[in-house]
Design a protein around this ligand. Structure first.
Ligand code: GDP
Length: 677
């Protein structure tokens, strides 16, 4: 997007110039191809219409319903009715549903004037009685006579981009999760082949996280509880835990990323799910159907729900991660999508780094699953990538089951192959679920399938229920504030905006923050969460902060905003424990890499090879090795060209985890163990 400043100015093209590197399998080099990018584009950012008017669909239905009584009338009465309706419509416009008008006309013996009087009376009574739902729907003028049973299932949704542009419609549940007793999926992230052994040690030590860091904040937390109706000037401290409970209304926030091989059906699946949930009205869906038919791609209609902005994407630039919100029974889901740009991998890493859970879509069709899973496919690569970035819970969608006649046998074949691999990749069996679906026909997405062939053997939850079953991670709300900027832009008014996910702590309007690098301070003038101005936001929230007191020119994507009292450290030299992926070139001292960390990609060199570690015990096997080869666990020292703000993995898991890439291939996952200078 044009406004986006990729201030670090790293030319990702350099990273992707070598075409050869994409031809290898994950077994060979863990490379991720541009094709991956192409297929991961299951969502786009400019879907202005797609989710904007969920009530319109009902409008259509209601229109139909409202005409029902009229069909029971004699032709003459029908004509009288329509004439009255026309007269009334001139007065009322679209503000009252046709059903209400029809009822009034019938009750008033086809007298339009009387019917109007009756409606006005009803309306004022309704207002007096303060029935909020009624007034709201009348005022909107679109939700004509929406039956209450329907209204409650219309999910609230927001489409937000990290630019903070207002594109929201009706999203009213800003929430972050603090499932206090829930399992911390991020903290429990380190088992398995990818990052398991490498991180196990750090994981253990993380059980006693930066206790010194937390003390100040917990003091704050307990100090002055108040409703926090703050302006930038008169700031009152809030009791964040209490406020959060109130705000969430019982719903947990979950950040979800969808991954999988090209053509597995990701876009169709998620597009259809959103449609079934009511986020896309019938008219828009009809438009997609027509357009996709015209384009000779009728089967892509649902995919177009999410793939609407190809053009915009081509023009757009880099780091933005588009987000779509939808709700399940107990959760508010942020569905993350990465823009389909050549620098997609950094974007995917950014997206996955912010994800709590993932949906892995595989194609059940014969030959197709194998193509995605075997050499050259992205199924393994994506799964490894998200696992290495801390995602522990996975819903595997075995899609296109219609293509294999809903055969249980095929489902079992696919899941057993995948299960074996996912276990090796570090996913616990209990954190992986498998759901047979058809994204195209919509089976098993928003409700359990009615297809007999499937019903006969599959008794598990449908996709939306499975999403609901994900455990929300415990957010680090009682740690010092940390937010890594994913976008920096000038908005109207004074100051400027940064967007990003709050990784730890909380922020209130009026707070002063430190930015690392460049080690400047600034004030928070405003906070926008889900396109609504709020007084505070906390860990897990994707927010936009309006800042003053610092020059925008000094602020880059990747800068970490943190608490003044306990700032993050910026360094150019740090030590890390890394696990090397299957990568054929031996890694030696002086090896050039790109560090992908949160929202940044920074050139670096491997300054020292400190030691090789035993995979499971973590004991030093060899000191000062000459080179590292695939599968090894090692401690290395990295030197970046410019300062980066990092945390020790044991203190802040989210901010202590990174990926190393070389020449377009992911070569290692690492965790920060020591910050040098
Ligand atoms: P993506 O690249 O993973 O996002 O895949 P798409 O959603 O673009 O789908 C690729 C193709 O597979 C399209 O032609 C879809 O219509 C088709 N497709 C997706 N889901 C299903 C399904 O459940 N059954 C069948 N038969 N085709 C599907």
């Amino acid at each position: 997007m044009a406004r986006h400043r990729n201030v670090r100015g790293y030319n990702y093209d350099d990273d992707f110039d070598d075409d050869d590197m994409y031809s290898h399998s994950v077994e060979d080099d863990y490379g991720i191809s541009p094709a991956t990018a192409a297929q991961f584009i299951y969502s786009k950012r400019g879907r202005h219409q797609s989710f904007s008017e969920p009530l319109e669909e009902e409008e259509d239905e209601d229109d139909d319903k409202s005409r029902a009584p009229s069909t029971a009338l004699s032709p003459i009465d029908q004509a009288r009715l329509f004439s009255c309706l026309d007269q009334m419509r001139e007065v009322l416009g679209e503000s009252v549903s046709e059903q209400i008008m029809t009822d009034a006309v019938l009750q008033c013996g086809f007298d339009a004037a009387k019917a109007l009087d009756q409606i006005f009376k009803q309306e004022s009574n309704t207002k007096k009685s303060g029935t909020q739902e009624a007034t709201a729907s009348e005022r909107k003028g679109k939700a004509r006579d929406v039956p209450s049973a329907d209204t409650h299932i219309v999910p609230k949704i927001a489409k937000l981009t990290v630019s903070g542009n207002k594109q929201t419609m009706g999203f009213a549940v800003p929430s972050a999760s603090t499932e206090v007793n829930g399992q911390n999926s991020i903290t429990a992230c380190t088992k398995g082949q990818t990052t398991d052994d490498a991180m196990e040690e750090a994981d253990n030590s993380a059980l006693s996280p930066a206790s010194s860091n937390t003390s100040q904040v917990s003091e704050d937390l307990n100090s002055t509880p108040s409703q926090g109706k703050s302006s930038g000037k008169s700031k009152q401290k809030i009791n964040i835990k209490e406020e959060l409970e109130k705000r969430q209304g019982g719903k947990q926030l979950l950040n979800l990323v969808v991954i999988g091989h090209v053509d597995a059906g990701k876009s169709t699946l998620m597009g259809h799910l959103l449609y079934l949930l009511g986020h896309v009205n019938k008219r828009t869906m009809h438009k997609y159907e027509q357009e996709s038919k015209k384009a000779g791609k009728a089967s892509f209609a649902y995919a177009w729900v999410l793939d609407e902005t190809g053009e915009e994407r081509q023009r757009g630039v880099t780091m933005d991660v588009g987000m779509t919100k939808f709700e399940t029974k107990r959760k508010v889901i942020t569905l993350m999508d990465a823009p389909g740009h050549r620098d997609f991998i950094p974007n995917m890493i950014t997206g996955a780094a912010q994800a709590d859970v993932a949906i892995l879509v595989v194609d059940a069709s014969r030959g197709e699953f194998e193509a995605g899973f075997e050499a050259g496919g992205q199924t393994r690569e994506h799964a490894l990538l998200v696992r290495s970035l801390g995602v522990t819970q996975l819903a595997v969608v075995v899609n296109k089951m219609d293509q294999v006649n809903w055969q249980e046998e095929r489902f079992r074949e696919v899941t057993s192959k995948l299960g074996h691999f996912l276990k090796q990749a570090g996913f616990k069996d209990s954190d992986v679920s498998y759901i047979p679906t058809s994204g195209l026909s919509g089976e098993n997405l928003a409700k359990k399938s009615e297809v007999n062939e499937l019903k006969s053997w599959y008794k598990g939850p449908c996709l939306i229920d499975q999403i609901d079953l994900f455990k929300a991670p415990q957010r680090s709300i009682d740690k010092p504030f940390r937010l890594c900027a994913s976008d920096v832009f000038k908005d109207q008014g004074s100051g400027f905006c940064v967007t990003g996910k709050i990784e730890a702590g909380y922020v209130q309007t009026g707070d002063r923050l430190q930015v690392m690098p460049p080690n400047e301070t600034c004030s928070v003038k405003g906070i926008t969460l889900h396109d609504e101005a709020v007084d505070w936001a906390t860990a897990g929230d994707h927010v936009s902060l309006t800042l003053t007191g610092v020059d925008i020119i000094k602020i880059n994507v990747g800068c970490v905003f943190c608490s003044l009292s306990e700032p993050i450290r910026a360094c150019t030299r740090f030590r890390a424990r890394v696990l090397l992926f299957n990568f054929d070139i031996p890694v030696t001292q002086g090896f050039p890499v790109i560090i992908h960390y949160q929202t940044i990609s920074e050139p670096a060199t491997i300054r020292k090879l400190i030691s090789v570690l035993h995979k499971s015990t973590g004991e030093v096997v060899k000191k000062k090795p000459k080179c590292l080869t695939k599968g090894m666990n090692a401690i290395i020292e990295l030197q970046t060209q410019r300062p980066v703000a990092l945390e020790l993995y044991k203190d802040f898991k989210e901010l202590g985890r990174f990926m190393l890439r070389y020449s377009g291939s992911s070569i290692a996952a690492g965790v920060v163990t020591e910050i040098k200078e």
